[in-house]
Design a protein around this ligand. Sequence first.
Ligand code: COI
Length: 374
Amino acid sequence: MSPSTSALKFKIRHAQPRVTATERERLLANPGFGRIFAEHMVRIRWNAARGWHDAELTPYAPLSLDPGTSVLHYAQAVFEGLKAFRQARGGVAAFRADAHAVRFRNSARRLALPELPEESFLEAIDVLLEADHDWVPSAPDHSLYLRPMMFANEVTLAVHPADEVTFLLIASPSGSYFPRGVKPVTVWLSEDFSRAAPGGTGAAKTGGNYAGGLLAQAQAAEQGCDQVVWLDSHEHRWVEEMGGMNLCFVFGRGPGARIMTPALTGTLLPGVTRDSLLVLGRDLGLITEEGRISVEEWRSGCEGGSLTEVFACGTAAVITPVGAVKSPRGSWTVGDGGAGEVSMRLRQALVDIQRGAAPDLHEWLYHASVSSEG
Ligand code: COI
């Protein structure tokens, strides 16, 4: 993919560099996840009368919000998470930016927010990457994590869809989401809490879904687990997601292995990494399937040996193996508790495409029009 032209005109205001090039390289060498930010941000405003307007690139800076700003009270907000990678042959590309633009629109619609046209979403990325390409790390496993977001900026305590909205795009050079990298995680099956219910906001990328999960995550930690696994809200039986990521189950081994991920019933987030792995799995000759799996099947599959690997997938964490499961009804190990062969093959295939080390057969890379390389 290459950049398209948006109907919005972006005003460009460059920042005075906050840090020296040496300090930047020091920060990029060990970025952690989501704790340092690049020099610029993109802002676009929307109101009911003018639609999208005042698109600008500005220095990254704190916001000043009236305490009566609607989002602080009623959480009318959506976000995305995607990554830009330094390419093996030079340049910078964002992975599946178009798919993230579409999901951002879908999330906005569910939260009664205005839909940002895809071309403006892509141009915002282009404008930010042009200004901050020096902040794209080059180490393997590092990337520039892009965080588009949109929130109700109207100052009112009345509960209604905001008639003033702000879109922001910020960027955070990032390493592994989990401090232990691709080491397998232990998960806690939550029977007390639900992430989403039919008719709710589970399929939208909105902060409330994450806020509502924090208490269950704390409960998982009390049980000595790294992450919480969400079950369906009705029977507490069917597996849906892990923390803020989708889950995949691998049955069998070798060339005949089958990958199954819970189907998108409306309560799951339609993960872009999940979708990419279904495609890559087929490319690698594996059988892929969207279906459903109960807690009992998860346990008996592991105990009987037919279920060989389980992994979580998402933009931030890429692929993270699940090594062990704990629940109020018992505990079990997945495979030998380590990272599985299929999980690691898929992970490698994905990161090779993201970094331009393997052909981009599905045209998933959005090549930013960066004019100079730092
Ligand atoms: C992602 O995988 O990008 C996510 O959005 C998960 C989390 C960091 C919120």
